[in-house]
Design a protein around this ligand. Sequence first.
Ligand code: ZN
Length: 163
Amino acid sequence: MSVKTICVYPHAALREPTQEIILFDEELKKLVSDMWETMYASDGIGLAGPQVGVAKKIAVIEYDGEKYVLINPDLSEKDNFTTVEEGCLSFPGIYEKVESPEYIKVKYYNEDGELIEKEIEGFLACVFSHEIDHLNGKLLIDRISPLKRQFLKKKLAKQAKEK
Ligand code: ZN
């Protein structure tokens, strides 16, 4: 297993279109274990492929002691929108209040290629939605008001300069 480098906004990998996963092979298992390792190393609760420079439809989530590997996920319903504070490993140290669904209906494959269909409620639904957004190139910064976005961009540019 190895810890991968997390792409921080505005890294181009975060916007790259993702490909479906076709082979459920050893290489995929290796990628999944690297993603767990990387997520744990940064104390995250979710990590999507583009965040580690892998333009594939894959994300991992651990919440409330349960682990989920989402492959080729398809969100068919989002509902019960509420305001929650979200963070993202690609925006280190940033937390923003955003509208997020507390109800989703989702289909995905796990790492063994089994199809899973679920309805999820509460904060876990927000986490699923956040990770699936990553697979469509949609980021936390896209979900805040234009004014806040401008402010955040300046702050991030300043942070990058100080590094
Ligand atoms: Zn994120």
